[in-house]
Structures are given as structure tokens and as C-alpha cells.
Design a protein around this ligand. Structure first.
Ligand SMILES: NC(=O)c1ccc[n+]([C@@H]2O[C@H](COP(=O)([O-])OP(=O)(O)OC[C@H]3O[C@@H](n4cnc5c(N)ncnc54)[C@H](OP(=O)(O)O)[C@@H]3O)[C@@H](O)[C@H]2O)c1
Length: 266
């Protein structure tokens, strides 16, 4: 039951009708007995700054979730950012402090990591292949890099974006062995961080048969739940990890970030 004590969370998107986070997060908060509610807000890009400025003054606002197309405009509207949000120039959650200050963070990568750990998939010491260099893949790459993989190979259709990501990664993690590559040969964890797999006619983002025996193939695509890539990996006897684990991980990360008070995290 919403009452005067209820903390409010707002998700900003344009359009917002297809966004599934409100129902998923409201269900989780209700199950956990947390007195908070998330409401959807459809805001055009040109109205984002004025909306955020207005929301800042709502004293029972716990924070915001920010999604397409606002993630890259949001850092400039925050008072402070986590290191990963600053490096990626992208924000998907904002916590409002008691003084009205807004602290932004980017949880895509950490959500993916939480999903991996929920299925017992290790990162440390692994040879990891990542397809993609867009928003989701970049966030995942930074979270992977922080966990000590043996090496990280990034492949992307636009090679210059993969090179730029590798440059930013090695600057932030000087000990990291990272390179631009073409395929997953010799790796033992391969991640699809592209949007390939959303449509039935999409080609595979990489060929799982090139991976080492016993390797795992992980997805960011949530719909369909089992992509052609995961089907192919399963046929080859490889481990598979579906995109829904990333969403579950993100929801858990959002609840921790937005509803647990404390100092801003890095
Ligand atoms: N499971 C979850 O919780 C979760 C969370 C966030 C995102 N996602 C999913 O992650 C996917 C990517 O999202 P994003 O925000 O990273 O998008 P984005 O920033 O637009 O990046 C898209 C990536 O896919 C690549 N790509 C797109 N079409 C391609 C094609 N035809 N051939 C080869 N590569 C292609 C792009 O390569 P170029 O750089 O060459 O364009 C880029 O690397 C989306 O499907 C989204 O639904 C899932």
C-alpha cells in the first residue's frame, strides 16, 4: 500500500511503455517488504534537464533509474559520479542524498557480474572474449577488467570502437592484458555484448566452435531467452548463460544502490 511514508523511485525513458523495470522492481520490493514504489515517467530528451531539476527537490525521492535515450545525457545532470560512470560517460541509476545532491552510477556491468556469480561462473584467471563495444559491452568490459581475467579480447563490427574501448580499459587498469581481436579462438568465456540475436535473422556474433573445450557462452540478449548463439553453444556441449541473469543482477544492484543509504560507491 502506498502511503505518505513510501519512498518514490522514478524511471525516466522515452518511450517508457515497453520498459519492464517498474513491474519487476515493484514486485521485488513488495516481496522484500520494502516501502517504496517505482513509477514510469516518459520524458523527451529536450525536457530531461528540467525534469531532473524538478525531481531533485522531492524529499521522499530515493532516486532515479535512467534508460534509453537518456543514459549519456545524465552524467552532466548529476552532482557526483562513480568512477565507472565517469569513464563510460553514462549513468543508469541516480541516488538522491538527503541534501538533494544527485549521485550517478552505471550498474549494467555489475549487474552482469552479479548474474555470472549467481550461476557460479568465475572471472579471475579466465581468457575472456567479448563481442561488442557499445554501452552494455563497455560497462561489462570495465567490470570484467576489475576482476582480474587472464586476458580480455574485444571484437566489434566498428573496429575503431573496440580499439577505443581497449585503450580506455588499459589506461584504467594498467596491468590488464587486453587486445582487439576477431574471434574467440583459445578463450574459455565468450560474451555476446552486441544486439545481435534480438532478431531471428541475425547472424551469430561469433562462432562458439572456436572456443576451448568446456568454455561458457554468455548473452546480454534477454528476448528471446534462448538465442541462436546459446543453442549453438549447447549443441557443442559448452556451458551457457542467458541474458535474463544480467537483468536479475541489475535489479538486485539497483535495490542495493537506491534503497541502501551510505557513501557513494565507486
Ligand atoms: N540483459 C540485460 O539486462 C541488458 C542490459 C542492457 C542491454 N542489454 C542488451 O544489450 C544489447 C546492446 O545494448 P547497448 O545498449 O550496448 O547498444 P549499443 O550501445 O547500441 O551497442 C550495440 C552493439 O551491437 C553491435 N551491433 C549492432 N548491430 C550489429 C550488426 N548488425 N552486426 C554486428 N554488430 C552489431 C554494435 O556494433 P557497432 O559499434 O559496430 O555499431 C555495438 O557493439 C541490446 O540488445 C540490449 O537489449 C541487455
Amino acid at each position: 500500500m502506498i502511503s505518505g511514508h513510501t519512498k518514490t523511485l522514478v524511471i525516466l525513458a522515452d518511450p517508457v511503455a515497453h520498459v519492464r523495470t517498474p513491474e519487476a522492481l515493484n514486485a521485488r520490493m513488495s516481496e522484500a517488504g520494502i516501502d517504496a514504489v517505482m513509477v514510469p515517467a516518459e520524458v523527451a530528451p529536450g525536457d530531461l534537464a528540467a525534469t531532473v531539476e524538478g525531481l531533485r527537490s522531492i524529499r521522499n525521492l530515493a532516486g532515479l533509474v535512467v534508460t534509453v535515450p537518456h543514459k549519456t545525457a545524465m552524467p552532466a545532470l548529476c552532482d557526483s559520479l562513480s568512477q565507472r560512470a565517469e569513464i563510460a560517460s553514462s549513468v543508469n541509476v541516480v541516488r538522491r542524498g538527503a541534501d538533494g545532491r544527485l549521485h550517478g552510477d552505471l550498474l549494467d556491468g555489475e549487474g552482469f557480474m552479479r548474474g555470472l556469480s549467481s550461476t557460479g561462473t568465475e572471472i579471475s584467471g579466465k581468457r575472456i572474449f567479448l563481442a561488442g563495444a557499445g554501452g552494455a559491452a563497455s560497462a561489462i568490459a570495465f567490470s570484467l577488467a576489475a576482476r582480474g581475467p587472464a586476458c580480455l579480447t574485444v571484437a566489434n563490427r566498428s573496429r575503431a570502437k573496440a580499439q577505443d574501448l581497449v585503450t580506455r580499459l588499459t589506461r584504467a587498469f594498467p596491468g590488464l592484458e587486453a587486445a582487439v581481436g576477431d574471434g574467440p579462438t583459445g578463450h574459455d568465456l565468450a560474451i555476446n555484448g552486441t544486439s545481435l540475436g534480438l532478431k531471428p535473422e541475425d547472424p551469430l556474433p561469433f562462432e562458439p566452435a572456436e572456443l576451448l573445450a568446456g568454455a561458457t557462452v554468455a548473452e546480454v540478449i534477454m528476448q528471446p531467452e534462448t538465442t541462436a548463439l546459446l543453442d549453438r553453444a549447447q549443441e557443442l556441449g559448452l556451458g551457457t548463460h542467458a541474458g535474463r541473469h544480467m537483468l536479475d543482477g541489475q535489479l538486485a544492484e539497483m535495490m542495493d544502490f537506491l534503497l541502501t543509504s551510505g557513501d557513494p560507491q565507486i
